[in-house]
Design a protein around this ligand. Sequence first.
Ligand SMILES: [Zn+2]
Length: 295
Amino acid sequence: MKWRGRRGSTNVRTSSGGGKMIGGGIGGIIIAGILWLVFGVNPMTALQTGQMVTQGSSSNSTEVATSSDRDTQFVQVVLADTEEVWGQIFSEGGETYKEPELILFSGQINSACGSATAASGPFYCPGDQTIYLDTSFFREMRQNLGISGDQQGSGEQENQGKAGDFAQAYVIAHEVGHHVQTLLGISQQVNQARRQVSQAQANQLSVLQELQADCFAGVWANRNQQRVQFLEAGDIDEAINAAGQIGDDRLAQASGRTVTPDSFTHGTSQQRINWFTRGLESGKVQACDTFSGAL
Ligand SMILES: [Zn+2]
């Protein structure tokens, strides 16, 4: 993915107020934790309660995350790309796009949705219209998603600007997708509807909301490609691979649980791939009506 040389957003802030997190990690838990870290859902909590945003959970991470200049610049450019694209889409519809803020944090952070740690994973908080990304997220993605074996372990330096960029951008675009849902009033409608239905139906609504955010990420990729031709060979596969690795069925398997469709909150891998692709190929918000026919 090409990203250098474009405008960086001024809506990115960094925060390193948190303390050091200490703890040991065990293989399987780490894998589930990484997926959780990357896509903002604690598989355990998600499976049990259908919550979309999790906070304040214990962490198996041992690192004190710091954001490199590269990562900060990357986030600034991707966020600016989303501002350009969504600004354009909203103005085409006669509306004004209100840009979200993005906070890059390490350790712990307080949001309008409660306090969060790196273990909370990337998330969007509607209350303060802010995307929260912990800095260890990039390292985890480089190590675990979209990176072929020969690049693994070859050092941070060699990975920079190569594999994983677009998968990272996709995650940011997904969170921006939740912001768009908030601006459009979709999130509020979903939250209201969730209160009036069974737990299984509430989870299903969450799935549809998540799939729509994936589709919106695809719409963004389409429109940004038209705007700046930023995609490189392999980028789409990278995002598909990322989407494929974080479906709820995979999360459930990674966490050693039986897959139970009613407890899904992000959709299956195949559903996520399908909706991302639909947004990507159409470039149209209207193609992302995941809700029609729901309930
Ligand atoms: Zn989401």
